[in-house]
Design a binder for this molecule. Structure first.
Ligand code: AMP
Length: 397
């Protein structure tokens, strides 16, 4: 079966068409500037790339153009849309409405609208993408795959905030986590690589990218994760502050004359390693800066490694043991300095890095970077959220 994976943002749309027999990508592309002047689709297929520049006032027109590209005479990879067996849609926030990947019907679409206030930037776009696909492919099953699903197994003691219980019940304010599709995928790939069943392992997965989150996976299930009600919580990130005392937020808001919404924007966009370094949110720039003697770049990196390490240690405590640490995503897969900084000092837990293996090139395959006598396996596992969404979609249809 061929599965189309759609990841719709507010003005963008990324897609991949995956052949589930081989799990290979047969076409992919992205649309930018939907609803804005200068809309463009960059599509790849048949070993070629083609750029479609045309007005795309909404997601329906964008989806129509994507399907046109999939059947295009030059870069097309299918003859008709009937060849697409199902569509998997990435959805960022689920609240407490959806616990697992869900087949779309009218009722589900109505419920999806209730999640808009939990993911105001992403969820309305995802719903628009789903509706656009239904209009163009009315008989093809649509599946919603949530970033939060994998975290639904967290126990209440892990997902509750210390607020009034009545307010949790009334407003559903609790930890939901994010990057769940990636954490699930890399933890399963790690188990496969180690020749073990997920049930046999206590794994901490570190998804370290522009957004970063760390998850405790005990016996194949998420028992805790570092992101919270929204992806602002946890370690400091590219431009996000990570966790911060709520009173400091109120104090800063007063000093800077910002209202609540502007303050959240500030914490999401101006803080993190960008705010600390004053140089960049990109770790390649930070490492270059630190190597050139920039103290604030050094501090940003030290903070990131230290905060990540603390999550690894606390999750080992939460699970009562640790068999494996997994590093994934842009930084996790490509930045040996961070992996070394995170593992340093965790020797008491049985974590011992092989520095040469850690310094080795990213091959795109799973790499074991632990020393031979390390009790805890340390793996670099490339994430593949699109394939994970396609697998979830296939499992449901
Ligand atoms: P992501 O959000 O997963 O795309 O990760 C982006 C982060 O990964 C940025 O901070 C990049 O600096 C960092 N990174 C480091 N090396 C690479 C690389 N070779 N390719 C992509 N991202 C990289």
């Amino acid at each position: 079966m061929k599965i189309l994976v759609v990841n719709a943002g507010s003005s963008s749309l990324k897609y991949q068409l995956i052949d589930m027999q081989t799990e290979g990508v047969i076409a992919k592309g992205n649309v930018e500037r939907i609803g804005i002047k200068g809309s463009v689709l960059k599509a790849k297929g048949n070993g070629h790339e083609k750029v479609f520049e045309q007005d795309m006032p909404d997601h329906k027109v964008a989806i129509e153009l994507v399907l046109h590209a999939l059947t295009d005479s030059e870069i097309g990879v299918i003859k008709s849309m009937e060849e697409i067996g199902a569509v998997g849609h990435r959805v960022v926030a689920s609240g407490e409405y959806f616990k697992k990947p869900t087949l779309v019907d009218d009722e589900v679409l109505k419920t999806l609208e209730k999640t808009f206030e939990l993911g105001p930037l992403h969820n309305p776009a995802a719903a628009t993408g789903v509706k656009a696909c239904i209009e163009v492919m009315p008989h093809t099953p649509m599946v919603l795959v949530f970033d939060t699903s994998f975290h639904q197994t967290m126990p209440p003691k892990a997902y509750m905030f210390g607020i009034k219980y009545e307010d949790y019940k009334e407003y559903s304010v609790r930890k939901y986590g994010a990057h769940g599709t990636s954490h699930k995928y890399v933890s399963q790939e790690a188990a496969k690589y180690l020749g073990k069943k997920p049930e046999q392992l206590k794994i901490v997965t570190c998804h370290l990218g522009n957004g970063s989150s760390i998850t405790a996976v005990d016996g194949g299930k998420c028992v805790d994760t570092s992101m919270g009600f929204t992806p602002l919580d946890g370690v400091l990130m590219g431009t996000r502050s990570g966790c911060i005392d709520a009173s400091a937020v109120e104090f800063l808001a007063r000093k800077k004359g910002l209202n609540a919404a502007d303050m959240v924007k500030y914490l999401n966009k101006e803080c993190g390693v960008l705010g600390i370094s004053g140089v960049s949110s990109d770790f390649r720039d930070l490492i270059a800066g630190a190597e050139g003697g920039n103290e604030r770049c050094r501090l940003a990196l030290d903070m990131f490694n230290y905060q990540t390490k603390k999550f690894v240690g606390s999750y080992a405590a939460a699970m009562g043991g640790l068999d494996c640490i997994v590093f994934t995503a842009g930084i996790g897969e490509n930045t040996p300095q961070v992996r070394e900084g995170v593992c340093e000092g965790l020797e008491f837990l049985g974590v011992k890095l092989d520095k040469d293996a850690n310094a080795g090139k990213n091959t795109g395959a799973i790499r074991d970077i632990s020393a031979k006598d390390s009790k805890v396996k340390i793996l670099v596992v490339p994430t593949n959220e699109e394939l994970a969404i396609a697998r979830e979609t296939l499992a449901l249809v």
